[in-house]
Every structure is written in structure tokens, then in C-alpha cells.
Design a protein around this ligand. Structure first.
Ligand code: IVH
Length: 671
């Protein structure tokens, strides 16, 4: 009993401290004290499994695993917002509101967070469900992952309504995004493109403890109460204020992030402020949202099928910056592709300092007549790499001359080549260009290929500098002693590296095939080649016609594969890797392609079948079909099992996708 009381007390105290730290940013105890209390609770909970609670503060670190996110209908539709791009649009909208309503209109203004929408449902003062937007009517239940977001209260004070829903946006602040990418760079993993996509991907991870580590945050934008008037809430502003009292993180906590306005001037003031101040925010926004405050007035205005008439998003222009182009440099990728890179005088754009930007290719540079020394316009859109989009001609220095595109590889000096129908230049010196070789080794070791831990770009550079590797095959000749002579390479790290390399020998052929880094052979093509041909010998002897039999292979890929195998160095490489024990064939059981009857057809497999769903997916692939994650215009067939959600079927029917039962599907296969 004693224990039970203490557990309840600790949970309450820790929830409060969590709120002070993550919502109010005003902690009253040290991290150490917090950890001590959390430690005490963890121990007590371990001794009382009968008192387990998914909403305990100990669950913030995650640990729960979601196999498949369940589809759940929303309490009310999650609509989108009408967009506007100019002040005139905003004025027109306000005018219309004015005409359609009696009396004065009060507006509220807030930021338009660039993240992922979330609906948080509370019952009995506890978070019971968190749903993604989905198609607006049905969302996915991601509660286990959302519980790890510290600024989302898991339990509410008694003063809050028993039942309520909060809607908001889950975002990844810039600092967390950058820290995450720094770690990935270190490990040689592919970088995330932008905070929004990263937040979206993170929320769909199966392992909630990884979600807990990523540093997501949640910003509230609607409060849904069954009887708002009972809580003295007659409009949005009152709702947001009440939610802050109940423990939610609201825009009221940031200077000028939530304002009410009695007329359009007030709204314009807000726009003017944030079109500048947005640069100083610690997270991304893509505009502001203007709403009619009073619920009663909202009800008379109503909604269209897509968006409420009482709200309007004002989108900022894509962020641009002006700066000096100091010089144009070139980078060589692992396939020999040359990328021109603009080195810029550092300029702040949309929250980060930009000093490099993409210039695409020779045609683009010529088209825009971009020259070294020019003042250039740099744009940062959704992509991670900003791009140069134009030149300020009036500011061109006198005596400047058109840029002459490189003719030689910046790394090895080989004469660059350019195929007639390609925009890119290539360095042809595949076997002698250090950057290309290092890039190939890095690609080989990367997570989606051989997944050799501890061998990211820095690791490869270090081994290269020490002269220990000149080829991917050299990795398998590495021994402990020479490794130990390297900087920061103790027994432990060296041992891990060798273990990682040894483990690569077990990696299935399809990932090895991708890891070889043949130009134009991505993961999908690698997989299909391997399934179709079964062994490296069969692939080596395939001619272009044989390759073209696969629907994912066109002339460019076929030519690339054949010429790769023709190159003697690649033959030797395969020989060495095979001798080292790597997997250059697949076993029949692993699923070699057995027919091509489904070639060119794409499938979504959903629901419960007479055999495990994964086996069914394998059958699709073994007959040349392609699997897709969700129903879209690109889907040919929806293979529908029992218990499949109704929304998938509806969507398929709407898009004209054929819906097949298991029997109908089996009938398509050769006997
Ligand atoms: S209000 C019915 N307020 O933008 C209107 N939405 O383009 C409900 N968003 O799906 C939305 N910040 O995820 C609202 N301050 C804000 C917002 C916001 C971001 C997102 C939201 C919505 C999307 C619509």
C-alpha cells in the first residue's frame, strides 16, 4: 500500500516537473534531482507490475513497439486550410467574413507550423489516443510514439474537462534536426532532407524508444470541447488560454506568437512582424493562420468540404537570400558524376547559415549565366541543399567573364565526359579517382547496403589516408594490428569495425548488389536483378536483351550493368569479394523470381490472408510484381484480405484500382 501511494505521488510530482521543464521552460529542480525521482519510480514500478500505466512518466523513454498503426475514425473531420499569398487576398477574405456576419469580427493570428498534424484525445483526464490526420476522416493510431513527446501532457489536472481533444502540429526543432543529421553523417547514414519529413518519418517508426530520442515537440492549434460554454470558452483565444492552464504548450508562451485583432490592420501587423521575425524562430513555419475567434460566428460561416470558411493560411514566399558567389567548385560522386557547387559568402536564410549551394549542371549555369563574383539569389525550399536561382545583373562586377565549365576532374585530373543525352559530366577514371573510390567504399558500407557499423565517411577517409584500403575488397583483408596504429582507434573500436566487416559476409545478395554501386542500379533494381538472375555468374553473362526483359530495366540501366561487368577491375573485385565469403547468390528458398506474369503491375497487400502477409508479398515479387506501401493512382491492384480497413477499399474504388481477393490473385499465377 505504501508503495502504491508513493508511486502515485512520484508520478504526480514528475508530471509537474516535466511540465515546468518542457512546457514552461522554467524548471524548479536540477536534472539530477529529476533523474533521482525518476529512478525511484522506475524501481518501484518494477516491483509492482500490477500498477503499470502507459501514461507514467517512466514511459517517456519509450520501449513500446507498434507492428502496424491501426486506423481509427476522427471525432470530427480534420480539414485543411484555404491558402493566400498576398495581403490583398487576406483583405478580401476579411471583407467577405465581414459581409457574411452580423456585427464586429474578432480575429486571432498564430503561426503556421511546418510539421505533422496530430489529434490528441483525452478521456478521464488521461491521454488515450493520438491520431495522425490520415485522409482527414480516418487517421492512424500512433499513441505509443506520441507518449514519448515530453511537452504533451499524459495526464491532466482535475480542473480540466474529463473528455477533450487537442489538435496541433508535431514538429522537430532545428536544433534537434541538426543534431540528428550530425549523428547520421558520422555514421555514414543518409541525411534527412528537412525537419518536417523527419518528424513525419519519426512518428511512423515502430520502435518508440527511437522516437523518444529524436526530440520532437508539439504545438497546439485547436481545442475541441463537447460543451465549451461550460468551461467559459466562447472562442479560440479562450480555448487556448484554458489549454495552457491545463498543462498544454500553447503559443501564448512565445512573444507575439498568438494575437487577437479587431480589424485587418491588426492582422497585417502580425504578418509584417512574422515575415521578418520568422528567421529567429527555433522551428520552421511556412506562414501564419488567421482565424475567426468566436465559435458562434464560426458556426454561421461553416466549412466547405475541404476547409473551414473561418480560417485562412497566409503563406510566406520561399525564403531567399542575396549573397556573393565567391567561386564555383566541383565535387565528384561515387559514380563519377560531377556536381558544381557554389561557394558563397555566408548568408542567413530560414534559420540556418548558408555558405554552399547547388548549381545543378553545366546547362543551368550557362542558362542563368552565373559567374564567379556575381551577387546571386539563393533559395531554400524543402530540400536540404539550397540552390542558386538567379543573378542580380545590375550588380555584376565589371570585367567578369562567363564561367567556363570544368573539363577535368577536380580530384584526379582526368578529362571529363558527357553523354549526348545526359545533363551531367562524368569523370571516367573509375579505378583511379580517389574521391570516386572512397565514395564507393562509403556506399558499400552504408546502412542500406552492407551496413558496416563505424565505417562512415570519416572512417573511410582515415583508412584511406593510412593507406589501408584502396578498394572495397581491401576491407576484408584488414587485420587488427595496423588498425591499432590509427588515431582514436582503440581495441574496442577496431574490434567493432572488424566485426562489422565480418558480419557483411552474411548480408544477402540483393543488398550486396546494391552495395557494388553500379551506376543507375538503386535498391529496387538491385533486388529485381538478383531475384531474376539468382547468381552473379548468371548476371555476368546476361546481355542487354536479357536484362531488358525485366520491367524495371530500361536501355540506360541495361547498358550500365553490361559495361560494369565488362570492366576487368570489376571482375577482379567480384573474385576477391567472393573469395572473402560474400553472398553472391540466393538460395531458391529465399525467393528467386519464378515468373514474370506480374511484371509491370503494382500491388498493395492489406488485411489478413490464409498465409502470412509477408509470404504473399514474396509471391508477388517472385512473379515480377512490385509492392507499394499505400493505394494511390499508381496502384494496379489492391490485394484485399479480411479485416482490411474500409477506407483503403473506398480509396481503391475511387481511383479505379482493381480489388482482388486472395483466390482471384492466386488464379493469376501460373499453375
Ligand atoms: S488550424 C480546420 N492552425 O496546416 C483548420 N492549422 O494546411 C484546422 N497547421 O492540417 C487547422 N499550423 O496541420 C491550424 N496554427 C495552425 C496551424 C495549422 C499548422 C497545419 C495543420 C493543417 C494544415 C492545413
Amino acid at each position: 500500500m505504501q508503495e502504491e501511494l508513493r508511486i502515485a505521488e512520484l508520478r504526480r510530482i514528475l508530471h509537474q516537473h516535466n511540465h515546468r521543464y518542457y512546457v514552461l521552460a522554467a524548471p524548479t529542480i536540477s536534472d539530477r534531482e529529476f533523474d533521482a525521482l525518476l529512478g525511484e519510480l522506475t524501481l518501484l514500478e518494477a516491483s509492482r507490475p500490477d500498477l503499470w500505466d502507459p501514461n507514467s512518466p517512466t514511459q517517456r523513454v519509450g520501449g513500446g513497439f507498434t507492428e502496424q498503426f491501426e486506423k481509427v475514425a476522427h471525432s470530427r473531420p480534420m480539414l485543411s486550410l484555404a491558402n493566400s499569398y498576398s495581403r490583398e487576398d487576406v483583405e478580401d477574405w476579411a471583407q467577405r467574413i465581414h459581409k457574411e456576419s452580423a456585427g464586429e469580427t474578432r480575429f486571432t493570428c498564430e503561426l503556421k507550423y511546418d510539421g505533422v498534424a496530430i489529434a490528441l484525445q483525452y478521456e478521464g483526464h488521461r491521454l488515450v489516443r493520438a491520431l495522425t490526420r490520415g485522409d482527414g476522416t480516418v487517421g492512424e493510431d500512433i499513441t505509443t510514439n506520441v507518449r514519448t513527446i515530453r511537452s504533451i501532457p499524459l495526464s491532466l489536472p482535475d480542473s480540466a474537462p474529463e473528455k477533450m481533444e487537442i489538435r496541433g502540429e508535431i514538429i522537430l526543432p532545428f536544433a534537434a534536426f541538426e543534431a540528428l543529421n550530425a549523428q547520421r553523417r558520422e555514421k555514414g547514414e543518409k541525411l534527412f532532407a528537412n525537419p518536417r519529413n523527419t518528424a513525419a518519418g519519426t512518428l511512423k517508426l515502430q520502435d518508440s524508444s527511437e522516437v523518444a530520442r529524436r526530440g520532437l515537440d508539439c504545438l497546439l492549434y485547436s481545442v475541441l470541447l463537447d460543451a465549451p460554454e461550460e468551461w467559459g470558452v466562447d472562442g479560440h483565444e479562450a480555448g487556448v488560454k484554458a489549454a495552457a492552464e491545463w498543462g498544454f504548450k500553447t503559443p501564448l508562451q512565445r512573444d507575439r506568437a498568438f494575437e487577437s485583432a479587431d480589424n485587418v490592420e491588426g492582422v497585417m501587423d502580425f504578418l509584417a512582424h512574422w515575415s521578418e521575425a520568422r528567421r529567429d524562430l527555433p522551428f520552421a513555419i511556412d506562414g501564419v493562420v488567421i482565424k475567426v475567434d468566436r465559435y458562434a460566428q464560426r458556426r454561421t460561416l461553416g466549412s466547405t468540404a475541404k476547409a473551414p470558411r473561418w480560417a485562412l493560411a497566409y503563406k510566406f514566399e520561399t525564403e531567399q537570400g542575396l549573397t556573393r558567389l565567391e567561386r564555383i567548385a566541383y565535387q565528384v560522386g561515387r559514380t563519377g558524376a560531377i556536381t558544381p557547387v557554389a561557394h558563397l559568402e555566408p548568408v542567413p536564410i530560414a534559420g540556418t547559415t548558408v555558405s554552399k549551394a547547388s548549381l545543378h549542371n553545366a546547362d543551368q549555369i550557362a542558362l542563368l549565366d552565373i559567374r564567379e563574383g556575381d551577387m546571386v539569389r539563393v533559395e531554400k525550399g524543402g530540400e536540404i541543399i539550397p540552390k542558386v536561382v538567379g543573378v542580380v545583373m545590375e550588380e555584376r562586377p565589371p570585367l567578369s567573364s562567363p564561367h567556363v565549365y570544368a573539363t577535368e576532374c577536380p580530384d584526379c585530373g582526368a578529362t571529363l565526359e558527357r553523354a549526348e543525352d545526359e545533363a551531367r559530366h562524368y569523370c571516367p577514371n573509375a579505378e583511379g579517382c580517389p574521391e570516386q573510390i572512397k565514395g564507393r567504399i562509403e556506399h558499400f558500407a552504408s546502412r542500406r547496403a552492407m551496413n558496416i557499423d563505424g565505417l562512415g565517411s570519416e572512417g573511410v577517409e582515415q583508412l584511406w589516408e593510412a593507406g589501408l584500403i584502396r578498394d572495397v575488397a581491401d576491407l576484408f583483408d584488414l587485420t587488427l594490428e595496423p588498425l591499432l596504429t590509427l588515431d582514436r582507434m582503440g581495441e574496442k573500436r577496431a574490434g567493432n569495425l572488424l566485426e562489422g566487416i565480418a558480419a557483411a559476409k552474411e548480408v544477402p545478395f540483393e543488398r550486396l548488389m546494391f552495395g557494388l554501386g553500379i551506376r543507375h542500379v538503386g535498391e529496387t533494381v538491385a533486388k529485381r536483378l538478383v531475384r531474376h538472375f539468382g547468381s552473379i555468374e548468371a548476371l555476368q553473362s546476361a546481355d542487354e536483351a536479357a536484362l531488358l526483359e525485366l520491367d524495371v530495366v530500361g536501355p540506360v540501366i541495361a547498358e550500365s550493368v553490361v559495361s560494369w561487368f565488362k570492366e576487368p577491375a570489376n571482375g577482379q573485385r567480384i573474385h576477391r569479394l567472393a573469395n572473402a565469403g560474400l553472398q553472391f547468390s540466393i538460395e531458391e528458398a529465399e525467393g528467386q523470381e519464378v515468373s514474370q506474369v506480374l511484371a509491370g503491375k503494382s500491388f498493395v497487400v492489406s488485411g489478413v490472408f490464409s498465409i502470412p502477409r509477408d509470404d504473399l508479398k514474396r509471391i508477388v515479387e517472385r512473379h515480377g510484381g512490385r509492392l507499394l506501401g499505400g493505394v494511390s493512382g499508381k496502384t494496379d491492384y489492391l490485394l484485399a484480405g479480411e479485416k482490411m480497413g474500409p477506407s483503403k477499399r473506398e480509396k481503391a474504388e475511387r481511383l479505379g484500382v482493381s480489388v482482388l481477393s486472395e483466390e482471384q490473385f492466386m488464379a493469376m499465377l501460373p499453375a
